[in-house]
Design a protein around this ligand. Structure first.
Ligand code: FMN
Ligand code: SF4
Ligand code: SF4
Length: 476
């Protein structure tokens, strides 16, 4: 859940400080011009249940959202009941979310009438019509209808991984770059407003459909749609969730769990020489201002949100906006274009990483609660570099020479900032696998002295049986 603790620190010392902060904030301009679609801010709702009706979109704009991609319009559908499933992880509900819903099942005329009404109330907000139809004629007809209703842009839904793909649409198109390109070309010929091509992540190389969209002359790209998935099996009916009368099907996965997939695909597109100049709207697991900033740092210039709104409601945009403004103020940015893509030069291939850089774990004894999780993780799952104290104390000890700096203990430690990874090299040496390969210096036998793990301590296999705890395991 987004919290105010996530926000960069704001210090108000007195009235004049307050005024100074207000002045700086006043200079921040969140407005975007995304491939010609203008919006007061980059926070947009993704095409999904929160954009199912004019009522919801007006409520969202009133709460602070700058744009909305209408729930996909297309051809008549019939939905099933039930429709959603989720991955609950520990105390976290909906860490991942799944649906087997289709495009809108509401009449097209109702959607168009409501779209026109929303534009009347909110002329400066972005209303984008998500579309999915079949034949060229159907594309031309529906484009004309949404343009007449006042839509500011069109988004092509080539991502739905259930139901619609069985009818030759959605991800069936997203997975076939040549077909995708042809449809984008049809749309570009027919449309008078900007066109965003929304990509499916259900493909090995996202640059294939990305490039096809660019070759079809799309104005912009958005990604990701949902990931083909099964979230679980009901242990009574033996059917996958969500269960529909004793049966189930693959769903589309989204929510916080898919953010890493979305960020990676965004980066792949933004680093492609032929795609990188096409504006990209980032989607997938966005919930907090920090998520928004991360997507922008990888090049997105608007973001879209579905699951987080389905979980917490439209109000989350307030935290997103406050957090984004504080971040920009802290870093001295006035528009999102000042930092869009700033992380891209730092995302490189593994072979270019510095093999001479060295970090090791340090435990802050004042913060440690002696839970032992770091010891178990390192001893069973990493490099036997943590010892338990033998003097009756509870604070584990890092065995410096064994620590390879893998991060695992710091990731499992339940206390914030208790285990930190500290730099141990002096920063003077730099050597990469790529350089070693170029210089013909890579280890090339199993026993090569230049191999990374050679000589690194591991306990003898039989040591595993020596220290069995009598209380739990008894003696052997
Ligand atoms: C219940 C549900 C229905 C959706 N319907 C559509 C849709 O009609 N058209 C579309 O392009 N994407 C649809 N999506 C995908 C979302 O727009 C979005 O791409 C995806 O959920 C990832 O974003 P999130 O992690 O913020 O949810 C739907 C997602 C959900 C959960
Ligand atoms: S960083 Fe890895 S190797 Fe080092 S102590 Fe932690 S878990 Fe062990
Ligand atoms: S996991 Fe963290 S809190 Fe628990 S023993 Fe290790 S250092 Fe201490």
């Amino acid at each position: 859940m987004p919290t105010m603790e996530n926000l960069p620190r704001m210090e108000f010392t007195n009235g004049s400080q307050n005024n100074k902060d207000m002045n700086k904030k006043d200079k921040i301009d969140l407005s975007v011009n995304f491939a010609g679609i203008k919006a007061p801010n980059p926070f947009w709702l993704a095409s999904a249940p929160p954009t199912n009706s004019g009522y919801q979109i007006m409520k969202a704009f009133d709460a602070g959202w700058g744009g909305a991609v209408w729930k996909t319009l297309g051809m008549p559908t019939i939905n099933v009941s039930s429709r959603y499933g989720s991955t609950n992880y520990g105390d976290t509900r909906m860490a991942g979310f799944s649906n087997i819903e289709l495009i809108t099942d509401r009449p097209l005329e109702d959607n168009l009438r409501e779209m026109a009404e929303v534009k009347k109330y909110f002329p400066d907000h972005a209303v984008i019509a998500s579309l999915m139809v079949d034949t060229r004629q159907e594309w031309e007809d529906i484009i004309k209808q949404v343009e007449d209703a006042g839509a500011d842009g069109i988004e092509l839904n080539f991502g739905c991984p259930h139901g619609m793909c069985e009818r030759g649409m959605g991800s069936a198109v997203g997975q076939e770059p040549e077909v995708l390109k042809t449809i984008v070309e049809w749309v570009m010929e027919a449309a008078n407003i900007p066109v965003i091509t929304k990509l499916s992540p259900n493909i090995t190389h996202i640059t294939d459909p990305g490039l096809a969209a660019v070759h079809g002359k799309t104005d912009a790209i958005s990604l990701i749609n949902t990931v083909k998935s099964i979230v679980g099996i009901d242990l009574d009916s033996y059917a996958p969730y969500p269960v529909v009368d004793g049966k189930g099907t693959n769903g589309g996965y989204c929510g916080p769990a898919v953010k890493p997939i979305a960020l990676h695909m965004l980066k792949d597109l933004m680093q492609h020489p032929e795609i990188k100049n096409t504006p990209i709207s980032g989607i997938g697991g966005i919930e907090t201002w920090r998520d928004v900033v991360e997507f922008i740092l990888l090049g997105a210039t608007s973001v879209q949100v579905c699951t987080a709104v389905m979980h917490y409601g439209f109000g989350i945009v307030r935290e997103m906006e406050a957090g984004l403004i504080n971040f920009m103020e802290d870093k001295g940015y006035t528009t999102i274009y000042d930092f869009a893509g700033k992380a891209l030069p730092n995302v490189t291939d593994w072979k270019h990483l510095n093999l001479k850089s060295e970090v090791k774990a340090i435990i802050n004894e004042d913060k440690c609660i002696g839970c032992g999780l770091c010891y178990i993780a390192c001893d069973d799952g990493a490099h036997q570099a943590i010892a338990l104290p033998t003097d009756g104390g509870r604070i584990p000890i890092i065995i410096e020479e064994n620590c390879v700096g893998c991060n695992l203990c710091s990731l499992v430690c339940p206390v914030e900032e208790c285990i930190t990874m500290e730099k141990f090299d002096d920063g003077t040496e730099h050597e990469t696998w790529h350089e070693l390969t170029e210089q013909n210096r890579i280890p090339n036998t199993w026993n090569d002295d230049r191999a990374g793990g050679k000589g690194h301590y591991v306990p003898e296999p039989a040591d595993a049986l020596k220290n069995k705890r009598k209380d739990k395991s008894g003696t052997k």
